[in-house]
Design a protein around this ligand. Structure first.
Ligand SMILES: Nc1ncnc2c1ncn2[C@@H]1O[C@H](COP(=O)(O)OP(=O)(O)OP(=O)(O)O)[C@@H](O)[C@H]1O
Ligand SMILES: [Mg+2]
Length: 391
């Protein structure tokens, strides 16, 4: 590292870290999580993964790390996993290591001599390799039972065949283990061409069987794309926009949700729906655009409101309702109180609201109890003070 200065503080990479954080939460919930981190040499893959690993360790997860080296074929098979397991043995000791692996530990010792005397010394054949993979899967599963586990395999572009097979096996067979596998690779290595199909296959395995719910923002973007497509094809579909908006709302992504609601209102207007329906979609969008100071979106919304003669404010009497509700009054009781404040009798109230005088009197007693007052005069005073008596 002579001549190189590493920054003591980790900079940026907010989105990448968020992805890693989400993956490690999934792993902690026993939901297989595998991440591939690709990028050019020196772009910061190791630094990113180390930062994440540090956070995992601070959170009580166990971190095992190993890397591939540029030694070409003939390299020690399974080099990164061997390195990771050597780290584990250093941490827990050989006896505990054997116990975790189980009685078949001499098989694993063929890779990891630190475990003890291996059962044989000849190279691993196909069936021995299959047993070894199962052993490793079992070991990782049991380690995950003790504490969620993070396995970092670095520089996959240099991986030998055995390591690649092992990683593909893990990706294919991990199910409910509390394990996060993070693997880094360079995208600008000359070997990348050769390595590409393997990566593509790995990627496919990672995404296979994974319901959309595990990638909620991908799901949202697909819904959004579907809605945009209907718009670009000249038949903007309000239902698609509604679906996209509701999904962004469920992820608490207000800007995207507001945009989708705006398009929903636009589509509703274009399809001849009732103006109130478009208003219902447009109002929360306007509210969000104002709150986020999202000026261009706000302008679009206001223009649409003008064009479609949509009201962006609630009808004027609505603000009285939250006040009444905050006093614990129902809408009907608020109406009765407004009439009490105007000095109406139970019979008159009954006439106005099409209810019997008896029902009106029951409403009045409830109102007095809720307001904590003893008579109609006092109730009227409260109503005046809060402006509930005004239409
Ligand atoms: N987000 C960051 N904040 C601060 N320093 C960083 C950040 N990312 C990378 N660096 C620094 O940049 C240098 C190169 O980063 P790193 O070793 O992580 O790259 P890499 O992608 O793993 O490269 P290689 O492909 O050679 O393994 C290191 O000194 C690292 O500390
Ligand atoms: Mg690196």
């Amino acid at each position: 590292m002579a001549g190189l200065v590493a920054s003591p503080t980790f900079v940026g990479r907010v989105e990448e870290l968020q992805t890693l954080e989400a993956a490690r939460k999934r792993a902690a919930d026993a939901d297989r999580a595998v991440l591939l981190v690709g990028g050019e040499a020196g772009i910061g893959k190791t630094r990113l993964v180390t930062e994440c690993a540090g956070r995992c360790a601070a959170d009580g997860m166990r971190v095992l790390m190993g890397g591939c080296a540029p030694v070409g074929d003939g390299a020690l098979p399974y080099a990164p996993i061997v390195e990771a397991l050597r780290g584990l043995l250093g941490e827990i000791g050989v006896a505990a290591g054997r116990e975790l692996v189980g009685p078949a530990w001499p098989e694993l010792a063929r890779l990891l001599p630190a475990l003890g005397e291996p059962d044989r010394h000849d190279p691993l054949g196909e069936s021995a390799q299959a047993r070894l993979f199962e052993l490793l899967l079992g070991l990782l599963g049991r380690l995950g039972e003790q504490a969620p586990l993070v396995l970092v395999l670095e520089d996959l572009h240099w991986a030998d065949r055995s390591t690649r097979d092992l990683l593909a096996f893990l990706v294919r067979n991990l199910r409910r283990e509390r394990l996060l596998v993070v693997s880094t690779y360079r995208t600008d290595e000359p070997s990348h061409q050769r390595f590409g199909p393997y990566l593509a296959e790995l990627d496919r395995l990672i995404s296979v069987d994974v319901p959309m719910a595990r990638h909620p923002s991908v799901h949202c973007n697909l819904l959004l794309a579907r809605a945009e497509r209907s718009r670009l094809e000249g038949a903007s579909d309000p239902e698609r926009w509604q679906e996209a908006a509701a999904t962004w709302e469920s992820l608490t992504r207000p800007f995207e949700a507001a945009y989708a609601r705006f398009r929903q209102a636009e589509a509703l207007l274009a399809s001849g729906a009732a103006r109130e329906q478009a208003e219902t979609a447009l109002r929360p969008a306007h509210h969000t655009a104002v709150a986020l100071a999202a000026a261009p979106l706000r302008r679009e919304i206001e223009l649409l409101a003008q064009r479609g003669r949509l009201r962006l404010q609630e009808p004027v009497d609505a603000p009285t309702m939250p006040k009444a509700a905050s006093l614990g009054l129902t809408q009907r009781e608020a109406e009765v109180l407004a009439l009490v404040a105007q000095g109406r009798t139970n019979r008159q109230i009954g006439q106005v609201l099409f209810i019997t005088p008896k029902t009106a009197s029951i409403h009045v007693s409830r109102i007095l109890a809720k307001l904590g007052v003893t008579g109609r005069g006092e109730a009227a005073a409260v109503a005046h003070r809060l402006g509930l008596d005004k239409p």
